[in-house]
Design a protein around this ligand. Structure first.
Ligand code: LMR
Length: 334
């Protein structure tokens, strides 16, 4: 009787009995940040909703904090089918051969979340996700994190303060050029290795949205933080296309629904999580936080804007133009 009631319930939510009779479909979702971050919370929300909407036909195992794979390995694992879902930062798609994603790294290209959403919630963002398909990857959504601040062990109020400093970056050629532009020395490094590199002095500083800085305790080994907001860091949630296309259609549609809602949730909490993290850094008393004056900010913009032109051949002039047009960004204004 109980079983019959269960089956009736499942049919009511649109899931075939076949989908639930078998062992659950397992989705391993690997990521590199702490659980208590916009991405960590988004992944946990997706797990909760996916398991609920499929009545347990799908089990989502979330592996946070690089416990399963580090940055570079996780991309390979997804392509090999060892994990089914990731949400790498948009700065990490270059090695897959999709260089256009690095346009998201261009300094000051988004003047806040509203401008960014014109891309991530619009046709330009969708066209970028479509470029992943020939690589066997399906892009499901964009999840926000936030805008980055520079940190180091000496005060930062102007671009020259970073000159000669070794700064950890993600694996993006645009970020590399951004650092060279201010004559810093970029060092590509996995996220999971950054805290130790800062602690031991292998690198002098880095750039992060505040939620990442705080949850990795980087503020404990960085004495100065400048609120430069000089670039965006966010994610594309991706899955192995063969895996996704092979799911029963009814299961896939419930997962789409779970992903849509998890995306709204992740994007709703992102700014607040970063604001809270900044306050926690402040409260720790370990890092001096410097807000920039309008003149100081203008000096960073002036120093970093030439990166857009220089990186045209890397990310594509057409991609940059389509972002300018959709957001109304005018580089001539500065
Ligand atoms: C980084 O490597 O700094 C970020 O991509 C980490 C993350 O996933 O937010």
């Amino acid at each position: 009787m109980k079983i019959r009631a269960l089956l009736v319930g499942l049919v009511a939510v649109g899931l075939s009995a076949a989908a639930v009779a078998a062992d659950p479909i397992v989705i391993k979702f690997s990521h590199v940040v702490a659980q208590d971050t916009p991405k960590g919370k988004g992944a946990d929300k997706f797990k909760e909703l996916a398991e609920k909407y499929t009545n347990g036909a799908v089990k989502v195992e979330v592996y946070p904090n690089s416990t399963l794979y580090k940055d570079k390995e996780e991309m390979e694992a997804l392509q090999l089918g060892a994990v089914q879902m990731l949400a790498p930062s948009l700065a990490k798609f270059g090695p897959l051969g999709v260089r256009e994603f690095e346009a998201f790294d261009l300094p000051y290209i988004f003047d806040g979340y509203d401008a960014l959403h014109k891309i991530t919630k619009g046709p330009v963002g969708q066209q970028l996700l479509d470029k992943l398909e020939p690589r066997g990857i399906k892009g499901l959504a964009y999840w926000d994190n936030g805008f980055k601040s520079f940190s180091a062990n000496s005060p930062i109020t102007k671009p020259e303060d970073l000159r000669g400093k070794k700064l950890r970056i993600q694996s993006s050629k645009v970020l590399e050029e951004q650092m060279r532009q201010i004559r810093a020395l970029p060092q590509v490094m996995a996220f999971s290795e950054t805290y130790q590199a800062l602690q031991t002095g292998v690198v002098d500083g880095t750039e992060n949205p505040h939620s990442n800085l705080y949850t990795q305790k980087m503020h404990e080994v960085q004495k100065h933080l400048a609120l430069t907001d000089h670039g965006y860091l966010g994610y594309a949630v991706i899955t192995n296309k063969r895996f996704w296309d092979g799911l029963p259609a009814d299961v896939r549609s419930q997962l789409d629904k779970a992903m849509d809602e998890a995306t709204d949730y992740a994007n709703q909490i992102a700014k607040e999580e970063n604001d809270k993290a900044l306050e926690a850094v402040r409260a720790s008393g370990k890092t001096e936080i410097r807000a920039l004056s309008d003149e100081e900010r203008a000096a960073f913009i002036k120093a970093l804007l030439p990166v857009h032109k220089k990186m045209e051949s890397r990310v594509g002039a057409a991609t940059i133009k389509s972002i300018y047009e959709a957001t109304g960004f005018d580089p001539g204004k500065f």
